[in-house]
Design a protein around this ligand. Structure first.
Ligand code: CDP
Length: 228
């Protein structure tokens, strides 16, 4: 393979470890890591800044629908270099803000809308030499990618991982609330009209419930037939 141009896709549900694996894999292979979830998060935050967060996530969703704001007018930009992806709103890097539980609770209202899916897909479509992670990378955005993986894990394990991640950022959440939010997001991600989470026949399935990050990485590198 011409490594410079290759696209590797990693899809799977919330907390399956896609982003951490994609980051390490990209580093290892000298590719860039494109985090599509971060792009949906950035559009969600940009809309929260424009419209306010709403009284409830549903209220926010209704406002998004009524306001019919075009994705272009939100001035979202994504820059990817060897170290990290910068997600910018009007030139300002949003860093960890996009991962707040408030954004997570509202993202569905953006990820369900075709105009935002097309905007994210446009940001991704010109990319080559990337490991792209998300829900529909192998099925919709890069259907011709030569290497596609699907990561999954039990709800319990995914909630535990998410708890550690949030705690490391200084946010505290109840483990049962996290389990519930993961179940809800699985349901939403699998059932959306466009870009639903789906494992296609050409994706290699890896269950990460009992394998750590390095273990998953080794499995992927094995199937890419590259020595680790
Ligand atoms: O890391 P986590 O799985 O919690 O989420 P993420 O990858 O940052 O994605 C956040 C949300 O964006 C997902 O729950 C999906 O609703 C949406 N998303 C999507 O619809 N399509 C993608 N390709 C990536 C994310």
């Amino acid at each position: 393979m011409n490594q410079k141009d290759v696209v590797i896709t990693l899809d799977g549900p919330a907390g399956s470890g896609k982003s951490s694996v994609a980051k390490k894999l990209a580093e290892h292979l000298g590719l860039l890591h494109a985090d599509s979830g971060a792009m949906y998060r950035t559009f969600t935050l940009a809309l929260m800044q424009r419209l306010g967060p709403g009284e409830t996530p549903e209220d926010f969703g209704n406002q998004v629908k009524a306001a019919a704001i075009s994705p272009e007018s939100l001035h979202v930009e994504v820059k990817i270099d060897a170290d990290r992806q910068s997600n910018l709103i009007s030139g300002l890097d949003q860093m960890d803000l996009i991962r707040s539980p408030e954004v997570t609770a509202r993202i569905k209202y953006i990820a369900d809308r075709l105009e935002f899916r097309e905007a994210v897909n446009r940001l991704l479509s010109k990319m080559k030499g990337v490991v792209a992670d998300g829900r529909d990378m192998g099925s919709v955005v890069f259907p011709d990618a030569p290497f596609k993986f699907y990561l999954e894990a039990s709800v319990e394990m995914r909630a535990e991982r998410r708890l550690k991640e949030l705690q490391a950022k200084g946010w505290n959440e109840d483990i049962e609330a996290l389990r519930e939010s993961i179940r809800k997001r699985d349901e939403e991600d699998q059932n959306r009209q466009f870009g639903a989470l789906r494992r296609t026949d050409d994706m290699i399935l890896i269950d990460t419930t009992h394998i750590n990050l390095d273990g998953v990485l080794r499995r992927i590198l094995n199937s890419l037939q590259i020595q680790f």
